[in-house]
Design a protein around this ligand. Structure first.
Ligand SMILES: Nc1ncnc2c1ncn2[C@@H]1O[C@H](COP(=O)(O)OP(=O)(O)OP(=O)(O)O)[C@@H](O)[C@H]1O
Length: 495
């Protein structure tokens, strides 16, 4: 797989070079520039998968480069890393749709997590675009099988024609899945969509929490209003109120004009609080007040504003455990989880795996491709695999296999290695153990351990090394000795 390309724009040479070196060790290709002008030129001439940029650097003093990056290169996720945080610039960054806003000094692990997250969201976005392209103007693809344009940032009211009750069935069937647990979830969604109750959706990453949130919105009476996505991880704690509630001119140094917050847009509609489990305690308290009173006060304002918003929240954390351990407020949990939907992981959805794979095959197959189906043995591989990245991972695997297929049928050899070898274990049977040397037995166990670890950490050497208690260099040496390529474990989970 070709490495992802990252453009690093920062006028601090030390930060720039150490970041690039670290990311290169993780398998990324990095290009460094020292100011906005160079960033603009290089971004226009080369393709990148991600932009990591400073704010306070020559050529970006009025956020010109940030604006350019978000308009001319809107498909490339952008992460801001700044040593001089300011509320207006943070709000503007979030408004412009930057993927993350990090404060220097940033820990490498945090940076890596943000990079991986941004790249995986971009992959989702790409698919969303593919979905839109393959749908007919009436929103549904001519195959009759629907796609859910579920990852467009915020659903504009004009797009919400699915509110129409006669389309309920179609909207629901756009969420592929007929196993018992998904059928039950769809049934509950249909029942509660038009009530105003808040909903909490939990489940592993990639199980379709946002898809279900959008379905709830579309089936509700709020469908003609905005579906406002609020990614809790993208809002720095100190800016929670400003970003959500807005502020008035002069409310604090740098508040040069009034700014409406994200919440105002969701009046009459639905606010989707994604990654709720990441909210720090202070922000949880502010959110609780908002939900209890359905009012908020912009920073610097005295009058409160009433909003009519339904809250649908999602998290892939074990929120019960967090409530029990005191990390998440119990009172807030009860307010938000009036209805709690737990989405099953893909590996527990039985034949839905095949349904979804066929759905993605139809959806993602280029018009001129002659790839038509999966071999029976390929379907078997799908059923034996654990799918740590769930449906998002399946979509990526199908897309990749279409591109690599050597005939019109997708065979197991077209799949990434971990799918072909679902059990990364190469353990020896007792009979075999009796025949090999101790070194050979230990070597086999070590290889199994390393593969399991890489599989769990999705090929990210730094986190695998951390768990193993090794340095990155030590881990790299071991992998080299065993001939294991960490990238192979990235492929399936690059979702
Ligand atoms: N039932 C489904 N039918 C069709 N596509 C689905 C379904 N569920 C999920 N998907 C697709 O899988 C991908 C992941 O879905 P989504 O973003 O909703 O997951 P998530 O649980 O919110 O993920 P995360 O926790 O990482 O934010 C998207 O591309 C989405 O369209």
């Amino acid at each position: 797989m070709t490495p992802k390309r990252i453009l690093i724009a920062d006028d601090e040479p030390l930060y720039r070079e150490t970041t690039a070196e670290f990311l290169r060790e993780e398998g990324y290709e990095c290009v460094c520039v020292e100011d906005a002008e160079d960033a603009s030129t290089v971004a226009a001439e080369h393709s990148f998968d991600l932009i990591l940029t400073d704010l306070n650097m020559p050529g970006n003093l009025k956020l010109e480069w940030l604006h350019e990056g978000r308009t001319r290169h809107s498909q490339i996720p952008m992460i801001v890393v700044t040593g001089v945080p300011s509320i207006p610039s943070a709000i503007e960054s979030i408004r412009l749709g930057i993927t993350d806003y990090l404060l220097k000094p940033v820990k490498f692990e945090e940076l890596l997590a943000a990079v991986e997250k941004a790249l995986s969201s971009a992959a989702r976005q790409t698919w969303a675009t593919a979905s839109v392209e393959s749908t007919n103007p009436g929103r549904y693809p001519s195959t009759g099988e629907t796609t859910f344009n579920d990852n467009l940032a915020n659903e504009s009211p004009a797009n919400n024609s699915l509110a129409n009750n006669s389309l309920d069935g179609e909207a629901t069937s756009s969420v592929i899945g007929s196993c018992e647990s998904m059928a039950e979830i769809k049934r509950i969604v249909q029942k509660i969509a038009s009530s105003n109750t808040n909903v909490l959706i939990t489940g592993e990453s990639g199980t379709g929490k946002e898809v279900i949130a959008r379905l709830i919105h579309r089936l509700s009476d709020r469908a003609n209003h905005t579906f406002q996505v609020i990614d809790c991880t993208a809002i720095p704690e100190s800016l929670f109120e400003s970003v959500l509630f807005g502020h008035v001119q002069g409310a604090f140094t740098g508040a040069v004009r009034d700014q409406t917050g994200l919440l105002r847009a969701s009046d009459g509609g639905t606010a989707f609080l994604d990654e709720l489990g990441e909210l720090p305690a202070a922000s949880q308290a502010k959110l609780l007040r908002l939900i209890q009173e359905q009012t908020f006060t912009p920073v610097g304002e005295t009058e409160s504003i009433r909003v009519d918003t339904r809250f649908v929240c999602a998290t892939n954390r074990d929120i019960h455990a967090e409530v029990e351990s005191g990390q998440f407020r119990r009172d807030l949990y009860y307010r938000l989880a009036v209805i709690h939907l737990e989405l099953p992981p893909l590996r527990e959805r039985g034949d839905d795996i095949t349904l979804l794979a066929n759905h993605f095959l139809k959806l993602l197959r280029p018009k001129d491709s002659n790839v038509k189906s999966f071999a029976e043995s390929t379907v078997q591989c799908f059923h034996h695999y654990r799918w740590p990245g769930n449906i998002r991972e399946l979509r990526n695997v199908v897309e990749r296999s279409i591109a690599l297929a050597q005939s019109n049928v997708i065979e197991p050899h077209d799949l990434p290695r971990p799918l072909r070898e679902p059990s990364v274990s190469e353990s020896l049977s007792v009979a075999e153990l009796a025949e090999v040397s101790r070194d050979e037995a230990l070597d086999t166990a070590d290889r199994t351990y390393l593969k399991t670890l890489l599989s769990k950490h999705r090929g990210v050497i730094a986190s695998a090394a951390r768990q193993a208690g090794l340095s990155r260099q030590g881990m790299n040496k071991l992998l080299k000795r065993h001939g294991i390529d960490a990238n192979e474990f990235r492929q399936t989970t690059d979702f």
